[in-house]
Design a protein around this ligand. Structure first.
Ligand SMILES: *Cc1c(COP(=O)(O)O)cnc(C)c1O
Length: 471
């Protein structure tokens, strides 16, 4: 399998070449040259597999530069009951007939990002070891991504993590999760500023090409193809649990921000998994809902990006969306490059509303959408608790709210649960008047000693810190 750029760069790369990279050299995103097709007999064979072996089967279709035995070992080492809490790894929980929750949040940091990041940690360690290289991961986080990256990379040979976060702005639970890590290769840097300042620092450091090369700076952001590919697996696993034979179709509703999670659903559907609809659920930051309703993709300014009670979906633009638009436009790299390059930087928006391809987003690719607000979120958390005795987190509540608007008799609807409620306790208390339950291993983490360096919002200070902590 070779990988191409959505913006038409002539190079074709192999999996391990793009594993440690971010964007393609022309600013595009990597995609496989084609989507491998999974036929009926293969689906039947995969139905009975344990999650780790299912992951191996899916990944084998996209990775041909890691020996099979090694790849299988990496999958088995990653997807264990010890790390993900259950033998099923992503168990399906029925709420009412035809409506299910797929649990993706029982990994080390209690959010679905662990599903991909845990694999990435093992792939990085493997590939860096093979090359005899090291990597310094520099990131910016407002919560879930940073902690998932740190828990995936802690103790891994050849990898250091330098994670910036806005000082004092993450929830106490999220701060405790990250700052209590005592591993020597994990560095928490709290920036006196907001999340955008952290992102600007990461950009400034990465734009210093000399520094970047010298200190082997890399990232683990959501545009990384390996993360997307790892997420494809749980669409298969969810489908198998919701059906008894391959003649049935299933829809998925996905709480969406950067379009990474649902883009993996798109890839699974393109491979032939019988998915009826993929429903994108947004919060008040409704960039994606607006596109799927009208065909207009409009990037929001920082001032127009709302801080909501489902904060991991507070995005101004959806960084993975270019992958889907590339497919929607019949893989026209020239048009994709012009829309996401000059058109977006010049006008902050593009409009496909009158393009003949636009109706195909729904008709051919199965996309639907909806939006959920703070009031909807509280109502859904209350309603789900009262009717089913289940406490869901704020992002998952957005998913359930929107899923209900798209239920079709005879087609099971699976809502992806993207975090556990304990991560967003304040809103749960607002909705239910009580604290969400806390998994035993997180009892008292707020009281643990913290390892964090507070710093002014200054890229040079961050560079100096990195220099001082690399031998
Ligand atoms: C990251 C995240 C999302 C959004 O996922 P995308 O892949 O960016 O669309 C939703 N919910 C939670 C809890 C998250 O951490």
């Amino acid at each position: 399998m070779k990988y191409l750029s959505t913006r038409g760069h002539p190079d074709r790369r192999r999996f391990c070449e793009i594993l440690l990279e971010g964007l393609a050299p022309d600013g595009g995103l990597y995609l496989p040259e084609f989507y491998p097709q999974v036929d009926d007999a293969t689906l039947t064979r995969w139905r009975g597999l344990a999650y780790a072996d299912l992951a191996f089967e899916v990944l084998s279709l996209y990775i041909d530069d890691i020996p099979s035995g090694d790849l299988r070992d990496l999958c088995r080492k990653t997807y264990t009951e010890a790390v993900f809490g259950t033998p099923a790894i992503v168990p399906l929980q029925p709420l009412q007939p035809g409506l299910y929750l797929e649990a993706l949040s029982n990994g080390p940091t209690l959010a679905f990002k662990d599903m991909a990041m845990q694999l990435l940690g093992n792939l990085f360690e493997y590939e860096l070891g093979r090359r005899g290289e090291e990597l310094n991961i520099l990131g910016a986080t407002s919560g879930d991504t940073g902690s998932a990256a740190e828990y995936a990379m802690r103790g891994k040979r050849g990898v250091r993590v330098f994670m910036t976060s806005p000082h004092g702005r993450m929830s106490p639970f999220q701060q405790a999760q990250m700052f209590s890590l005592q591993d020597e290769n994990i560095h928490n840097i709290a920036i006196e500023g907001v999340f955008d300042d952290c992102q600007d620092i990461v950009k400034a450091v990465s734009n210093d090409l000399d520094f970047k090369r010298r200190y082997k700076i890399g990232t683990v952001n959501s545009i990384n193809w390996a993360r997307l590919m790892a997420q494809v697996v749980y669409y298969f696993a969810g489908y198998f649990q919701a059906t008894t034979h391959n003649g049935q179709r299933v829809s998925f509703t996905v709480p969406s921000g950067n379009f990474g999670n649902i883009c993996a659903g798109h890839v699974a559907r393109m491979m032939g998994l019988p998915i009826a609809h993929l429903v994108a659920a947004t919060n008040e930051n409704d960039v994606l809902d607006e596109f799927f309703r009208t065909g207009t993709y409009r990037v929001r300014a920082s001032a127009d990006t709302f801080e909501t009670s489902s904060p991991s979906m507070d995005i101004s633009k959806a960084s993975n969306f270019e992958r889907f638009v590339f497919d929607l436009l019949g893989r026209d790299a020239h048009r994709t490059a012009s829309l996401f390059g000059p058109t977006l930087s010049g006008h902050g928006r593009f409009d496909l509303g009158s393009d003949p391809a636009f109706p195909e987003a729904a008709s051919r690719y199965g996309f639907l959408s909806g939006k959920s607000t703070h009031v909807n979120r509280l109502d859904t958390i209350r309603d789900t608790f009262n009717r089913f005795g289940v406490v869901v987190d704020t992002h998952t509540a957005d998913g359930i709210k929107v899923a209900r608007e798209h239920l079709k008799p005879g087609t099971p609807m699976v809502v992806l649960e993207t975090a556990l409620p304990i991560k967003f306790a304040a809103t749960i208390v607002e909705a239910l008047g009580r604290e969400p339950s806390r998994p035993a291993k997180f009892e008292g983490i707020e009281a643990l000693p913290k390892r964090v360096q507070v710093m002014p919002s200054d890229a040079d200070r961050v560079k100096a810190y990195i220099t001082a902590h690399c031998p």
